[in-house]
Design a protein around this ligand. Structure first.
Ligand SMILES: NC(=O)c1ccc[n+]([C@@H]2O[C@H](COP(=O)([O-])OP(=O)(O)OC[C@H]3O[C@@H](n4cnc5c(N)ncnc54)[C@H](O)[C@@H]3O)[C@@H](O)[C@H]2O)c1
Length: 316
């Protein structure tokens, strides 16, 4: 049975990914600080280790074939809360993991980078060939980690995935990512507050995100490198309008934005490896509405990364 190490496996994406890997018969070891909780269903093939990836000796690499590395301080404002912590977790710990992976003959390292590494681009087709001009510290930590990891490509396969903003339902829910946030506002307040609205951003459904990681896991022969993973480049106002059509009567208030950035992503390189996209932003909205109606979606402060990291005093 193939043994997979998933760091950050208790997070928004990790929770969805780990349950799918377990369902497919993999042996999974999760290493996570569990800052936002642990919503994984116990299983005989699942071992959860509550540990910080900076403490490399706490991570069992023995017998691991593939590492899927998701544990990071995972968005711009949360990284800004404590830049030293963010560089340690996002970059230094990643380098330590790569070094241990080499020592333990790990075959493949899949890394969750970010589509935001490109910065602001005017080009309609933002492909992997364009220069990276990261703007925030978060973007910079992702770019540096990618480069560190690529320097190990003679030791193991390295697949750096650059996800768009992920949307949809997960047992560890994030309500600070655009589609999820607007859908939640509409459900709770019958009103969405849109900052600006014309900014175009790429999106990916959480199940497609999970499928992208699984695609690389199952196709280790894919060339080492960086791969965009974002399929719908949509303006913020169009997302709000789409939600408004599904939740009739929702008011949309537009206010001025202090973040006018627009960026797109082109994922043809990923599609050329045989990946097939199955879900849409519209599906993600439907899933969130369904989980709300089923009483599964509960708002807590831990659904908002910055708020919760402050609560945990991680800003100090
Ligand atoms: N969600 C998105 O829209 C999106 C977009 C692009 C890239 N990404 C990247 O995908 C990955 C997963 O994102 P997510 O949305 O699931 O984020 P998340 O914050 O929900 O999950 C991150 C998990 O990592 C854990 N963690 C953080 N620091 C740790 C440490 N030092 N040691 C061990 N565990 C630690 C947290 O407890 C959390 O469970 C991240 O690397 C993120 O940067 C996410």
């Amino acid at each position: 049975m193939k043994k997979i190490l998933v760091t950050g496996g208790c997070g928004f994406v990790g929770s969805a990914l780990v349950s799918k890997l377990i369902a497919q018969g993999y042996r999974v070891i999760v290493v996570d600080t569990e800052w936002f909780g642990n919503f994984l269903t116990p299983h005989e093939n699942l071992t959860c280790i509550k540990a910080d990836i900076r403490n490399i000796e706490d991570i069992p690499f023995e017998g691991v074939e593939t590492i899927i590395h998701l544990a990071n301080i995972a968005n711009d404002p949360s990284v800004e809360l404590n830049p030293s912590l963010s560089w340690e977790v996002n970059v230094l710990a990643t380098q330590q993991m790569a070094s241990e992976a080499r020592k333990h003959s790990v075959k493949q390292f899949i890394y969750a980078s970010s589509g935001s590494v490109y910065g602001i681009k005017k080009e309609e087709r933002v492909t992997e060939e364009l220069d990276l001009v990261p703007i925030s510290i978060y973007n910079k930590t992702k770019m540096v980690s990618e480069r560190v990891l690529m320097s190990y490509q003679d030791d193991f396969k390295i697949h750096c995935v650059r996800p768009a903003t992920v949307c949809g339902w997960s047992p560890r829910m994030r309500l600070d990512v655009s589609v999820n946030m607007f859908t939640w506002q509409a459900l709770r307040n019958n009103e969405m507050t849109v900052f600006g609205g014309d900014q175009v951003r790429p999106n990916i459904h959480i199940q497609d995100m999970v499928n992208v990681y699984e695609h690389f896991l199952k196709n280790i022969e894919i060339e080492s490198g960086c791969y965009n993973a974002g399929f719908e480049n949509i303006s913020i106002i169009d997302i709000a309008n789409l939600i408004g059509k599904k939740l009739q009567g929702t008011k949309i208030s537009v206010t001025e934005s202090n973040d006018p950035r627009s960026y797109r992503q082109d994922s043809q390189k990923l599609l050329d490896t045989g990946f097939v996209k199955k879900y849409s932003v519209s599906d993600a909205i439907d899933d969130i509405i369904d989980s709300f109606e089923a009483g599964e979606l509960q708002e807590g402060d831990n659904c908002f990364t910055v708020k919760w990291m402050r609560h945990l005093n991680l800003d100090q």
